[in-house]
Design a protein around this ligand. Structure first.
Ligand code: GTP
Ligand code: ZN
Ligand code: ZN
Length: 281
């Protein structure tokens, strides 16, 4: 996973602000920034020393990598537990949307928010390496959204999500949708405190993806097969894709959709409402 690919610690911004900095612009136009204290329920236990590990030349690379991964995932698990407690205290269903780039996550979110307007509050955390485009697309629907930019980072982690939550209104009985960075590998390893991961596989990507990237399909509770409107033009065999996904995760649920035509949307909305009812019960 990404501890070995050098993905960027210290580059994350939330709505353009560094994770542990607040920028202030004074009346005279000067801007400066300084570290901020943590607030809200997002606490940190002890020192804030994520991923600053000394390198020892005598350590074998493989064992060092393994230790780093375990360290990072253990820290992530602690933050994920905080997020989970927060969702539970607020009675909020949190879903983590994962996929390769361009599978249709943002399009689907926009359609979902519009369809559930007045019925269910949906707040969104948008993850991308760069740009605030997706959060802007969500806000255009009237739903609250916070953009996390990960810079070189290839996944969201629970710490970033905890900070983004500070800037987001969560309504009891509502839904938090977390759109992860488009990447079928690293987001699989990071628990964000969500109730479930939803993997979106679009039919233009080929039906072999569940076997090529099994961790993601193993981690997911639901697979949405998107862009089904394009099936007449492609070689994609839906049953084959479902078979491959069930080979790595026999329990995975599957819904065929088209975010653009609305095919299958009712089934997806019903799935969300059932999951919300499960949280409320
Ligand atoms: N034909 C078709 N196109 C779709 C469908 N859903 C999304 N698209 C198109 O696919 C492209 C990518 O959609 P996005 O919603 O931006 O995908 P995304 O997963 O949010 O992309 P990233 O955030 O970059 O990972 C856009 O041009 C969409 O219009 C669909 O169901 N059918
Ligand atoms: Zn998107
Ligand atoms: Zn922090």
């Amino acid at each position: 996973m990404c501890t070995t690919c050098g993905c960027g610690e210290g580059e994350t911004t939330i709505e353009g602000h560094a994770l542990h900095e607040h920028e202030h612009t004074h009346a005279d136009g000067t801007t400066h920034s300084h570290p901020h204290d943590h607030h809200g329920t997002h606490g940190h236990d002890g020192a804030h020393d994520h991923m600053h590990h000394p390198y020892h030349s005598h350590t074998h690379a493989s064992s060092r990598t393994l230790r780093l991964e375990m360290d990072i995932l253990a820290k992530n698990a602690a933050y994920a537990a905080q997020n989970r407690a927060r969702f539970s205290a607020h009675g909020v269903l949190a879903l983590n949307l994962v996929s390769s780039p361009g599978s249709g996550k943002t399009t689907l979110l926009v359609k979902t928010i519009e369809a559930l307007k007045g019925k269910l509050q949906i707040a969104v955390i948008e993850g991308d390496q760069q740009t605030r485009f997706d959060a802007e697309r969500i806000r255009a629907t009237g739903a609250p959204a916070v953009q996390i930019n990960t810079g070189k980072g290839c996944h969201l982690d629970a710490h970033m999500v905890g900070h983004a939550l500070d800037a987001l209104p969560l309504e009891k009985g509502g839904v938090l949708m977390i759109e992860n960075v488009g990447n079928l590998v690293c987001p699989a390893a990071f628990d964000l405190g969500e109730a479930g991961k939803v993997v979106i596989l679009s039919v233009t990507e080929g039906e072999d993806k569940p076997l090529k990237y099994p961790d993601m399909f193993r981690a997911a509770r639901l697979m949405l097969i998107n862009k089904c409107d394009l099936l007449p033009h492609l070689q994609f065999e839906v049953d084959k894709a479902i078979g491959y996904a069930r080979r790595v995760n026999p329990l995975i649920e599957v819904i065929r959709i088209s975010a653009t035509t609305g095919e299958g949307l009712a089934e997806w909305l019903a799935w969300i409402e059932k999951a919300v009812a499960g949280i409320r019960a």
